[in-house]
Design a protein around this ligand. Sequence first.
Ligand code: HEM
Length: 156
Amino acid sequence: MATAQVCVLFIVICTTLAEDVELKHKPVRLFTEEELKRYDGSKDGQPIYMAVKGVVFDVTKGKEFYGKDAPYNALVGKDSTRAVAKMSLDPADLTSDTSGLTEEQLTSLESIFEGTYKAKYPIVGYTASRILNEDGSPNENFRPEDQPHFHIKDEF
Ligand code: HEM
């Protein structure tokens, strides 16, 4: 292999490793239900957060949708996965529970998750359903969502 090729390979490997290391050290904020509830848009000046599929998004810039008295205010301060999947504001659907959803609703959820939430709003953390196993132990398979165009906010 020519020296130049070896050099390029070396740089590529170094860059890949550097990204891996950096990712491992990014802080990940775990939101409890109570904590997420604080960001329900009821207080002026407070950021507005909502979770979809256990991923907490800062939806403050969508205040006209999610703020106090706005049409989708019911979705914020909690994990509203089911409501988003069903396009429903029924209080019974304001939950992370996805049991019994149809294929069509799950496909719709996926496309809104990717096309609206991940594309438009920065991720600020995760709920326990994403980070922890049911017994409270860390979920070894947890990987932060890939969202390269936003910087994860560190609010510790
Ligand atoms: C008659 C019923 C509805 C109408 C006319 C309507 C209309 C709209 C419109 C026009 C937008 C796009 C606004 C924009 O991007 O500028 C929007 C976004 C949205 N709608 Fe609805 N909607 C309706 C019902 C619902 C219901 C029942 C839900 C329940 C979950 C819902 C959830 C959303 C969400 C989550 C967004 C995205 C907001 C964002 O970009 O962050 N909508 N709606």
